[in-house]
Every structure is written in structure tokens, then in C-alpha cells.
Design a protein around this ligand. Structure first.
Ligand SMILES: [Zn+2]
Length: 484
């Protein structure tokens, strides 16, 4: 899949890069949020329900016809002798006097097709000016009409879809017609007036969206009606699962159990062959120890189901941490530092032992006696210091920079850490799915069986090979690799 993506012609990105963010203390602020006093107003949450009449028309009628109706509606207010509404939103229309609104709606619904398409509006309990809408539509709506609303809303949920852009154009055009919106160039005015038949649409459509968004920044409050609309949608329509299937996606194997076993045997042999003392050899133990630890993790990842599980991500995260640690130790290659790495581990064993030893109820997953042995293996426990910080007074990111392996850190560390820490992104990715009812704004609902996550083996095998490469650099020759 990644290959397919990289083959694609590079498209213009519609998001801000990291460089385009401004750093403020420990936060990276996107360009939009750098504008002072910006009002939050979302298309889906606030503005779409306000244009529901237009959303229905554009989705259920032929496009040209719907646009012609929009023009007619706007022209109506241009020619009206009474004062026009401040917008063509449901709320603004609802603020009109009841007679004024009814007259407009009768005009709009003079076309029987419009009447039919707008009929689902009668389902909505809190629709502003509901009585007038119902009077003009002059028909009851039934529960099946929810489907018509769902279809229309579904087409407009994406604020850049053609349907959404057409509806957003209605607001912009209206503001120009009533003289509230002045545009900087005649060209732009023409593009709006003759939309969608004048100018380059690839430029005009984004202009419309930007202008329409700008209209909201001067609006004072978020819409009460929109909230009522979404609340009713949740109460009156059910959640829907997506029918999805990952079938047909072929995951690259990465490595096999047989290769891991063979590599392990050779690594143990190589460890024995390169041992030169029975005294503490912090470097030798660390290099082979970390490599064998990584191989064990990779072996566990290959057990059925693990590679696509949450735990698979935890395994990958440990592999990258091991690799960065080893790369850092190799880069420094300082006998004191190899010892620091080792002694830190002994100190941690001692600290945990001392804490657990005082507890009446001890946890099951660890044997306290083993901890004591580990703590005192190299040196009598009473001589072992406990380091309460990071073993190298650093952090993994800095270490990866110093070791020249920052790209592995960026690729594998942050996102997998999210799984370790139970951060929202990981939680969202694992146990929730998106409800496919458009009337529920693509909200999240729990899945019965947690989502199958991407397979980690190919990446894990790649990191494993980097670890083995480190072994080879420090204790040549070790040429066996696991990735296929
Ligand atoms: Zn739902």
C-alpha cells in the first residue's frame, strides 16, 4: 500500500507542515490559530444545519435546477420591498416576521418538486419558523424522510464537496446581493455571480469556501438551531456500522519463526565466541543481551494475532528503544557508559525490591527474590546507587539525535508510545469505529471486536536487522539478518 502511495504523483498538501507552525513554549501553533480572536465555527456542527433547505435541494434535485432555485430565492430578497433577512440560514429566516417568512416560503415552494424535496424539514421539531415551513410545504413528513435528510447531509458533510460548496455559495452570493459583502476585485464578483459558469473552478470553489468561512468569523454566537438539529438526529435515528473488510490486503511477512530461531542460535554462538572474560563485561553483556532481548520480542510478535494487536505496537516501541539505546552506546563507546547502563538497571531492580518488600500484598507478575538477586548480582546491594532519573540523564529523542538515528525515532517511537501510555489517538484507533449514519456527524461508537491494526512484523524485522548490524559493528563478523 505504501508503495502505491509513493508512486502517486505528489499532490498539493491541504494541511500546514510542521515548519508552518509557530512554536510557543512547548506548543506548535498552526497558522490559523495564530490569528487573534478567531471564532470557532464549524461547517458540520454549526453551518450545515443552518442551510439544510439548500442542502436538501442540491442533493435531491438536478444541480443546475437547484442552483437556479437558489438564484431565484436570492433575487426574491433583492427585489423585496420589506427588509431582507441578514442571512439565508434557518435561524435568520426564522427571525423574520411570520407573514414575511411565509410569503417567501410560498414563493420558494411554488414549484411542486421543491415542496417534495423540502418535505423532510417537517420532521424537525425545533426548526426555526416551523409553522411557516409546514404551511408552505403543506404535507406531513414520515419517518422514512429521515433517509432523505441523511442522504443530503451525507453529501455535504465534507465541507469541500461540490454540494457543500454550492450551499456555501448561496450565503456568499446573498451577502453580495444585499450589499453586506464587498469583494476586492470585479473578477471575483463575476466569479461569484456567474458561479459555476465563470472562471477557473479550481480557484473559484476555494474562494467561495474561504469567503463563506469568513462570514462566520463576524457572526457572534454559535447556532442554537444546529445543536437542536444534531440532538434530534441522535435521538430519532439509530447508529450504523460500516460494512468493512480488510480482505484482500496482503501483509508482507517480514520474517519467519524459522529465521528467528536460526538467528538466535548463531547469535548465541557468536556471543560465546567473542567472550574474553568471566569478569563483568558490561559492553559484551549489553550488546548481546539487547540483541537477544529484541529477538525474543520479535519471536513473540510472530505468535498468531500478536502482530496486528495493541501489544504488537508495544513490542515495536520496545524494539526501537532498544535499537536507539544500542546505537547511542555504540556511538559513545565509553566503558563508563556501558557500566552506567548496566548499573542503572541494577539500581532499578533494587528500588523495586525495596518498595515491594515492604508491601503486604505483592503483585503476581514479579518475583521479589529475583529482584534482590538482580540488584546485587554485580555488587553487594548496599553498594548499589539508585538513579531516580533517566539512566543517561537524557531522553531517547536526544540520544537518537546524538547516535544519528533520529529518523528511526520519528518513524517508530512517538505513535507506538501513544499505545503504551493509552493516549487518545491509540484508544480511538483501537476500540472505536466511526458510525456511518451521516446524521450522527461521523461520531465514534465502540466496536465489539477491536479494530485490526496494521501488521508490525515488517517494521519489527527491519529494526531487528539494525540491532544485528550494531552487533556486527562491535563484534565482527555477524552477518545473519532476519528480514525477508
Ligand atoms: Zn451513530
Amino acid at each position: 500500500m505504501s508503495k502505491k502511495k509513493s508512486k502517486k504523483k505528489k499532490q498539493k498538501k491541504n494541511y500546514s507542515t510542521i515548519e508552518q507552525h509557530a512554536r510557543q513554549g512547548k506548543q506548535l501553533i498552526p497558522p490559523f490559530m495564530q490569528i487573534p480572536n478567531l471564532k470557532f465555527n464549524s461547517w458540520v456542527n454549526d453551518r450545515l444545519p443552518e442551510l439544510l433547505w439548500a442542502v436538501l435541494l442540491i442533493s435531491h434535485l438536478d444541480r443546475e435546477r437547484a442552483i437556479a432555485i437558489f438564484r431565484k430565492a436570492i433575487k426574491y430578497w433583492y427585489n423585496a420591498s420589506v427588509s431582507s433577512p441578514k442571512d439565508l440560514t434557518h435561524t435568520a429566516l426564522g427571525e423574520l416576521g411570520s407573514e414575511q417568512l411565509r410569503e417567501f416560503l410560498d414563493f420558494l415552494c411554488a414549484d411542486p418538486n421543491v415542496k417534495t424535496v423540502l418535505r423532510p424539514l417537517c420532521l424537525l421539531n425545533d426548526l426555526p419558523g416551523k409553522e411557516q415551513w409546514q404551511g408552505a410545504i403543506n404535507n406531513e413528513a414520515s419517518i422514512e424522510h429521515w433517509d432523505d435528510i441523511a442522504l443530503a447531509v451525507g453529501k455535504s458533510l465534507n465541507n469541500q464537496s461540490q454540494e457543500a460548496t454550492d450551499c456555501r455559495w448561496v450565503r456568499v452570493y446573498y451577502q453580495i446581493v444585499i450589499g453586506k459583502l464587498k469583494l476586492p476585485s470585479e473578477e471575483l464578483v463575476k466569479e461569484i455571480i456567474y458561479y459555476p459558469n465563470f472562471g477557473n473552478m479550481r480557484k473559484v470553489r476555494p474562494s467561495i469556501r474561504a469567503l463563506e468561512m469568513g462570514l462566520n468569523m463576524i457572526e457572534e454566537e454559535s447556532s442554537q438551531w444546529s445543536k437542536q438539529f444534531w440532538d434530534q438526529c441522535l435521538n430519532d435515528t439509530p447508529c450504523r456500522d460500516w460494512v468493512t473488510s480488510k480482505k484482500g490486503e496482503i501483509t508482507k511477512t517480514g520474517t519467519t519463526l524459522e529465521i528467528i530461531k536460526g538467528t538466535k542460535e548463531e547469535l548465541i554462538k557468536h556471543c560465546d565466541n567473542t567472550r574474553i572474560t568471566t569478569a563483568v563485561d558490561a559492553k559484551h553483556d549489553a550488546v548481546f543481551g539487547i540483541a537477544l532481548y529484541c529477538l525474543s520480542i520479535l519471536e513473540e510478535l510472530l505468535r498468531v494475532g500478536n502482530s496486528t494487536s495493541v501489544v504488537g505496537r508495544l513490542g515495536l516501541r520496545t524494539l526501537v528503544e532498544c535499537y536507539i539505546t544500542l546505537a547511542y552506546l555504540y556511538k559513545k563507546d565509553d566503558p563508563e557508559l556501558w557500566l552506567t547502563y548496566r548499573n542503572y538497571g541494577a539500581g532499578q531492580a533494587k528500588l523495586t525490591f525495596l518498595k515491594l518488600d515492604q508491601m503486604e500484598t505483592k503483585p503476581e507478575y514479579v518475583d521479589v527474590e529475583t529482584l534482590q538477586i538482580l540488584a546485587g548480582e554485580d555488587l553487594w546491594q548496599e553498594f548499589v546507587n539508585i538513579n531516580l532519573g533517566h539512566w543517561e540523564n537524557s531522553n531517547l529523542r536526544k540520544m537518537s539525535e546524538e547516535a544519528g538515528v533520529k529518523s528511526e525515532y520519528d518513524k517508530y517511537y512517538s505513535w507506538t508510545s501513544g499505545y503504551i501510555h493509552g493516549q487518545w489517538g491509540a484508544v480511538r484507533d483501537t476500540v472505536f469505529q466511526t458510525c456511518s449514519n451521516p446524521l450522527h456527524r461521523l461520531h465514534r461508537i465502540p466496536c465489539e471486536k477491536h479494530n485490526e491494526l496494521n501488521d508490525v512484523i515488517a517494521d519489527a524485522a527491519l529494526l531487528m536487522d539494525k540491532v544485528l548490524e550494531s552487533v556486527h559493528k562491535m563484534y565482527p563478523d555477524f552477518l545473519k539478518r532476519v528480514k525477508i
